[in-house]
Design a protein around this ligand. Structure first.
Ligand code: HAM
Length: 423
């Protein structure tokens, strides 16, 4: 029969690699504990309208990349979440989290997102995002905290020397002022711009500045910068964010052309990049979204967050040759000579496991020698051998594999002996 293959742009994360994921995930969770962000789990699918309104009708995500299906026996459609911010904010509004005394609301999530993109290194159709959202504060310090949290995660995993690109895309009012002069500039070169840019000029001209096409970049080289059109208040906020980043000694550089691919951003926008990661160099992206809560039916509450994918983080670690200190191997392999001893070992393995010691026995009728080999393969720290003599005496021979040291202990004392030896 023909084999069925995994869908394009997805991957199986197999034993041997999954430990890396678990390590990174536990680091991210621990960091959130230290920064006082609490986990939120929202559905993998939401109503399509959430992303149309939240992420924006003119974005690549909503225009081309969403996996949507009709909702059976209903007129609305459902979409597999392409990102986590819209869902988190929907939940914030729906669950009236603004009413909790614990403000601002600081949330984090870790889970799969889905985008119909062209797969390549670091770009998948299902990928796992770790993201945080801080809702309810306009304090520039929290902008720096959010950027700092991402940087600390990379640092703690050994990834240093990343660059933080920072911009302020202004408030809606700032953007309206900038839009007029920007449009004049863009319209003058309109016919020479790429198709995407031409279609973006009227709908979202700022995005034209973020086009990766060399020709478009040259044509828009002298386009007016949004930073020159910020109100005093927005500019002061941006200066304060920079000041807090300086205080944390987090280097950044201001890129006035940085415009994120999602429409909800206002003021602070940032990306964390690594030069060597190849075609896809952005490891993390985020920013402020002061209009999103209201856009999704809540009160006018400011918010800021970021998301990064574990796939790109692991790719970056690999490129830099950084090995994570994941644990492998089991504590104890029980080796038996006879079917009677197997029964005893089976029960002892259960007792060890209950006591927190990882234990394994043979399930393939291997001879003793092959069982010992299997213990090696599993990188067992100890073997516990029950031959005929030990079975008769009610004992077991415990051997520490690294040193070859052996000791005979009573079966009833195996658990205590291994708990002590394991340290
Ligand atoms: P985004 O820039 O679309 O922003 O995605 C954030 C990060 O997700 C990227 O920097 C990248 O690490 C990862 N990512 C995106 N697409 C893929 C893909 N196809 N394969 C692998 N990794 C990918 C957002 O999603 C916003 N919700 C971030 C945010 C949170 N802004 C405020 N709060």
């Amino acid at each position: 029969m023909k084999k069925i293959q995994i869908p394009r742009g997805t991957q199986d994360i197999l034993p041997g690699t999954v430990e890396l994921w678990q390590y990174v995930e536990s680091k991210a969770r621990d960091l959130c504990r230290r920064f006082n962000y609490q986990e939120i789990r929202t559905p993998l699918f939401e109503s399509t309208e959430l992303f149309q309104r939240g992420v924006g009708e003119t974005t690549d995500i909503v225009e081309k990349e969403m996996y949507s299906v009709a909702n059976p026996r209903s007129t609305d459609a459902l979409t597999l979440r392409p990102e986590g911010t819209a869902g988190a904010v929907r939940s914030y509004v729906e669950n009236k989290m603004y009413g909790s005394p614990n403000q601002p609301t600081k949330l984090y999530y870790l889970g799969p997102m889905f985008r119909h993109e062209r797969p390549q290194a670091g770009r998948y159709r299902q990928f796992v995002q770790f993201g945080v959202e801080a809702i309810g504060s306009s304090d520039p310090a929290i902008d720096a905290e959010v950027i700092g949290l991402a940087i600390r995660l990379y640092q703690e995993l050994g990834l240093t020397g990343l660059s933080v690109e920072l911009n302020s895309v202004g408030t809606l009012e700032d953007r309206a002022r900038h839009r007029e002069v920007l449009l004049a500039h863009l319209n003058a070169v309109r016919s020479e711009l790429c198709e995407d840019c031409q279609s973006r000029i009227d709908r979202n001209p700022l995005r034209v500045l973020d086009c990766k096409n060399e020709k478009c970049r040259t044509l828009t080289k002298d386009a007016p910068s949004i930073l020159d059109y910020l109100s005093e208040e927005t500019a002061a906020h941006f200066e304060a964010v920079k000041g807090y980043l300086d205080a944390l000694e987090i280097p950044y550089y201001v890129n006035p052309r940085l415009v994120r691919g999602l429409d909800y951003y206002t003021q602070t926008a940032f990306e964390i990049k690594m030069a060597e990661i190849g075609a896809v160099e952005t490891l993390c992206g985020g920013g402020r979204y002061n209009g999103l809560v209201a856009e999704l039916g809540g009160d006018d509450m400011p918010g800021i967050g970021f998301a990064l994918s574990i796939e790109r983080l692991l790719l970056a670690l690999e490129k830099k040759g950084i090995q994570l200190p994941t644990e492998t191997g089991i504590d104890c392999y029980l080796v038996v000579q006879t079917p009677e001893a197997k029964r005893t070992a089976f029960v002892l393995a259960d007792q060890l496991r209950q006591a927190g010691v990882s234990a394994e026995i043979d399930y393939l009728d291997r001879k003793m020698k092959a069982q010992l080999k299997q213990a090696d393969r599993l990188e067992a720290r100890f073997t516990a051998i029950i031959g005929e003599a030990e079975l008769a005496n009610g004992t077991v021979v415990v051997k520490e594999m690294a040193t070859g040291e052996q000791e005979e202990v009573k079966q009833s004392e195996l658990v205590a002996a291994l708990v002590a030896k394991r340290g």
